[in-house]
Structure formats: C-alpha cells, structure tokens
Ligand binder design. Structure first.
Ligand SMILES: Cc1cc2nc3c(=O)[nH]c(=O)nc-3n(C[C@H](O)[C@H](O)[C@H](O)COP(=O)(O)OP(=O)(O)OC[C@H]3O[C@@H](n4cnc5c(N)ncnc54)[C@H](O)[C@@H]3O)c2cc1C
Length: 562
C-alpha cells in the first residue's frame, strides 16, 4: 500500500514516465539521508536537485501541455505520482515544483502564444517558475490587490509588492496578479525575477525553500507580457489554484508514507519492560488508525484524479472533489503524523530523522492555497445539489492513460458552482453494506439529509460561518467515504482495511456531530439530531488483528540509504 523505494515501479504509467519517476527516486536515494537532512538544516538552495531536473528535463516533460509542444503532455495521473515522490523525500523539493506548476497556470491558460513559447523554452532549459498572487496585507482577500499596472506611452509599468512567493529568487517567469490603474480591471502579467526593477526583498521563511517577498518598482511591461485582463485574470487565478492545489494531497501522502516507515520500525524494535512498544494496545490502535487514515487518503486522491482528468464543460464534479483533496486529505495527513508522533514521542524530535521535518511540513499543506476554512466554505456550495438533485453520468473510468489534460487550461469562469450536479452518492454505499462499518456510516450520512430537511440552519445560522463550517465537515465526510468506496471497488482493496477505514469515519462523524451540538447557536432539534449520531463502530477483533499484521509487516521494510 505504501510507496516503497526499494521496489518502486509505477507500472500503471508509460515507460518513459516510469523511467523518470524511478530516476527521481534513485537521485534522492543516491544523495542519501545524511546529505538530505544536512542540506535542510543548513537551508542550502537545492542547486544539485535543479541540475538533475534540468538534465532529465523533468519539469519540462511533466509540465508542458501538448498544445504548446506536441512531444509533451500535461498528465494529472503522472503528476500525482511525481508529487508523492517529491513529498516522500522532502516538502522543500516538492515546493520548487509546485510553485512552478502554479506559475505556469496563468501562462498556459492565456491566449498569449509568445509567452507560452517563451515559457516552454525556459522549462526546456531547466528554469523554474513562480506564482505571485498573495500580498502581505491582504491574505486570502485577493480582490484587494495593491499591485498596480499603469499605462505608459510605450506599454505599461507595474508597481507593488508580493509576499509568500515561492521561487521568487530564481524564477525564469513570475506570473503576477494585479489591477490596471485606469480601468480597475484585474490583470495577470509575467515578469523576470532577474530584471533590475524586480527587487528581491527577502526569504520570509527559515527554510531551504525560498518563499520570497519581492517588489516591482515601475517594472516595464509590453503587451507581450500581459497574460489576462478583466474577469479572465480573476478566473485564471482561481483556475490555476484548482490545478495546483490537488498536488498538496499527494505531497501529504508522501510525507506520511516516509514517516510511517520510520515510526513503525522504531516502535516495533523498541523494547520497554521486556516487550516491544507495539504490544501496548493503545500503540496498536494508533498505528491501525494511522494506517486506515493513510489508506483512505490514497484511495480518495487516486479516484479524484479520474474525475479531474475526465472533467469538461458538462462535467465539473471535480470542483467539489478538488477542495476535498486539498482540505480533507491534507488535514488527515496531520492526523496521521499526530498518531505516529504520539507513539514515537522523543524520537520524533531527533535531528537525523525524516520524521522531525515531517512534523512541521505536514502542517503547511492544509494552510497553503486557501486555508481549510476557505475550502470548506467552497465545499458547502455543492451540498444542496449533491444530496437533493443527483444526475446520471456515464461511469468515469480509471484514468492512467498517457493523454494530455487540455481542459485544465480552458476551465472557463469559476461561476455557477451551486448548479453543478453529481451522480447519486448512495448506490456505492449500498453495494458495500456487507461491511458493518460502511453500513453504520451510511446511516450517519443519510442523517445529514434528515438534518437539512427537518432542522436546517435558520436564517441567523446561515450567516454564521462557524456553524456552517461544522456542517461542511459532516458533508465532506460523506463525499470522502463515497470516493474511497469507489476506488476500493476498482482496486479490490482488502475488506478488513476498508471496514477499518469506516470504523474511523464513524467515529469522526460522531466527533463533528458532537461539535455541532456544542455550537453556540445549535437549536434543540439540532442538538437532538447530533446526539443521535454518536454511534459506536462495529467491533471485530479479528479484523483489527488482520490490519495490524499488515502494519507490523512494514517494520524494517524501508530505510532511506544513509
Ligand atoms: C510556505 C508558504 C508558501 C506560499 N507560497 C505562495 C506562493 O508561491 N504564491 C502565493 O501567491 N501565495 C503563497 N502563499 C500564501 C498562501 O497561499 C496564503 O497563506 C493563503 O492564501 C492564506 O493567507 P493567509 O495565511 O495570509 O491567511 P489570511 O488570509 O490572513 O486568513 C486569516 C484567517 O481568515 C480565514 N479566512 C480568510 N478568508 C476566508 C473566507 N473567505 N472564508 C472563510 N475563512 C476565511 C482563514 O481561514 C484564516 O484562518 C504561501 C504561504 C506559505 C506559508
């Protein structure tokens, strides 16, 4: 189930992709754990890694759409595998790639063919890219941008600051979001981080990655640098994040996988009072829960890829699954690390472990590219149609085919989310009713519909984001379970593990119901509903032991080369 570099071969992908992914694993293993950790501690800029990327044309191969260079393609299935590998070895390496993906978004989405050709050539030469959306004073409020583009006799000049912009120290092109001074319209334009009017102020984080503050001071632009204007510029910002934010979940998965090996190998070989630490029942419970959560993360992420790749004008279901990969899967990553860390305790602080970096890195993912709140608020828009207005679609197959995902660059205006319809979520639950915890969870899931029809949020509660976000968590669990089951069916996932996953989900649902009960504005009817959702998962010791055996077998399975 876990990525294992000793036997890594993503056989579901084409030969050249397999070779490149394997080469990436080999590069990290050859570099070795000591060097990797020392570089992170000394905050060394990753020149050797970027040299490797350049030599193998890695970013060029994975990040150029076929429409720009017919010999390449953008393929979300292989990008997911690549993201997982990079997360497995270190979030800082992943980040250099991730902000390249984001920086390229507004370029590939634009009609500016000159900028596209320039970007493709830069990628081929080994350049990285950057995405300049955030500003120091405005956080998530991107509407309030103070990056101002002013018309001049020969073109334009841009003046203003950006903050938290990855790769700002070296990016070949930085896609920058701002406003036109005369019309107040939004605009996206490209700048060169090495230009004399580009002032690199500092790295705002204490890390190997470079998360820059920069300022543009009357930076000269021509029409050849303009990528988007008006509503298109705003859509390009949101649509780019749609493409990029999916990678956060696979990074989180990679981080959890590497950490899992370290944790189980340590705990299983540590003898206290004459016995392995893993003989404690609570330690086993932590490991089994962590394993179930991590498996669910992988199942959900894998199935989401199919919906992204099959998306089109008439099927925009990915717009619900995408924020859930970003917000839920990455939050689950935090839960996995917390469960493991509670077991390995002091070991998780040791400077020569991968784990100690993972404890900090795992926290970043739910907060980047929109916080959990922002994504939950988004998810809520889909809830009425998801529950009450399903629609039949053709079955979406597994999408590992070596094709180009062109729709990502033509997603259109980010409007009308509340009108998107979904296939009926219930049949996949019914199909798995033989698993007791799936059946229990299905009852809880149906109860969300009951809540919405019998004790729906009143007018005041509909303005109370604290209350609504809690409802959003309950809804998210239902969607999460649905795609986990869909993927489990496709991959024939072990039934013990699957039931164990729903053991966790039944408890999580009860937890969010309890939180709803405690909300300041919850009504009597809502409180009663909440109490009714506190269900005990089905207990089965044989199932638990079978899952534990899978976990135990991971002890000693993988250790990064020193
Ligand atoms: C390491 C790192 C790298 C980054 N890289 C980049 C990059 O390369 N390019 C780039 O453009 N940005 C980048 N960012 C910025 C990142 O995307 C922002 O941190 C993020 O958008 C949230 O902004 P903020 O942290 O300032 O929170 P704020 O916007 O200040 O939010 C404060 C609080 O208000 C809540 N909130 C805000 N709006 C809403 C809403 N509409 N609904 C519900 N709750 C809301 C938030 O959840 C949060 O709890 C990076 C950040 C970090 C830390």
């Amino acid at each position: 189930m876990l990525l294992d570099p000793n036997h890594y071969d993503p056989a579901h992908l084409d030969d050249e992709t397999r070779r490149l992914l394997r080469a990436t694993v080999d590069w990290f293993e050859a570099r070795g754990k000591r060097q990797l950790i020392a570089d992170a501690q000394d905050k060394v800029w990753y020149t050797e890694f970027l040299d490797f990327v350049k030599r193998e044309k890695l970013f060029a191969t994975f990040c150029t759409p076929a429409s720009v260079d017919g010999t390449k393609r953008w393929d979300a299935a292989r990008n997911a595998a690549f993201s997982e590998v990079l997360g497995f070895y270190g979030l800082q390496y992943w980040y250099a790639w991730q902000v390249t993906v984001l920086g390229l978004g507004p370029i590939w989405m634009s009609d500016n063919s000159e900028a596209k050709q320039k970007a493709a050539a830069l990628l081929d030469s080994g350049a990285v890219f950057a995405f300049g959306l955030s500003e120091k004073e405005h956080g998530a409020d991107v509407y309030s941008t103070d990056m101002i583009v002013t018309k001049t006799e020969t073109g334009y000049t841009a003046t203003g600051g950006k903050y938290y912009i990855g790769n700002g120290n070296v990016a070949g092109m930085v896609s920058v979001f701002g406003k036109l001074a005369d019309s107040d319209e939004y605009v996206f334009f490209a700048v060169d981080s090495q230009h004399e009017n580009f002032e690199l102020v500092k790295n705002v984080v204490d890390s190997q990655m470079f998360v820059s503050e920069f300022r543009l001071d009357a930076y000269p632009l021509t029409d050849a640098d303009i990528l988007h204007r008006g509503p298109d510029a705003f859509s390009a910002a949101l649509n780019t994040v749609n493409v990029g934010k999916f990678n956060l979940c696979t990074a989180s998965i990679g981080i959890c996988e590497h950490s899992f090996y370290e944790a189980i190998t340590h705990a299983h070989n540590r003898i206290l009072y004459g016995n392995p630490v893993t003989n404690f029942p609570h330690v086993r419970q932590n490991f089994v829960d962590a394993y179930a959560r991590l498996t669910a993360m992988k199942l959900f992420a894998d199935r989401s890829v199919d919906y992204f790749r099959s998306a089109g004008e008439n099927d925009r279901r990915y717009l619900l699954f995408n924020p859930i990969t970003k917000m839920k899967v990455t939050s689950e990553g935090e839960n996995v690390i917390d469960l493991l860390w509670d077991v390995i305790a002091a070991k998780g602080f040791e400077k020569d472990t991968y784990f100690t970096r993972a404890t900090a890195d795992i926290r970043a993912l739910p907060k980047l590219e929109g916080t959990v709140h922002v994504n939950l608020a988004l998810v809520l828009k889909f809830m009425p149609n998801y529950f009450f207005n399903p629609k039949a679609y053709d079955e979406v197959p597994t999408r590992h085919d070596a094709t180009d995902d062109d729709f990502f660059w033509h997603q259109g205006p980010a409007r009308g989310l509340g009108k998107i319809q979904f296939h009926d979520w219930e049949p996949i639950y019914t199909e798995h009713a033989h698993l007791p915890n799936v059946a229990l969870f299905h009852e809880q899931a149906k109860a969300v519909k009951t809540l919405l029809t019998t004790a729906a949020p009143d007018e005041a509660q509909q303005k109370d984001l604290d209350f609504l976000l809690n409802l959003g968590h309950l809804f998210t669990l239902v969607v999460y379970g649905q795609l986990v089951l869909e993927q489990a069916k496709i991959t024939n996932t072990d039934q013990h593990v699957l039931d164990q996953i729903f053991d966790v989900l039944v408890r999580d649902f009860a937890g969010y119901a309890t939180a709803l009960h405690g909300k300041a504005s919850s009504t009597e009817a809502q409180q009663q509903w909440a109490v009714g959702q506190i269900r005990k998962p089905h207990v089965d010791q044989a199932r638990f032991d079978a899952v534990w055996q899978q976990v135990e077998a991971l002890s000693g399975r993988y250790e990064m080369r020193p």
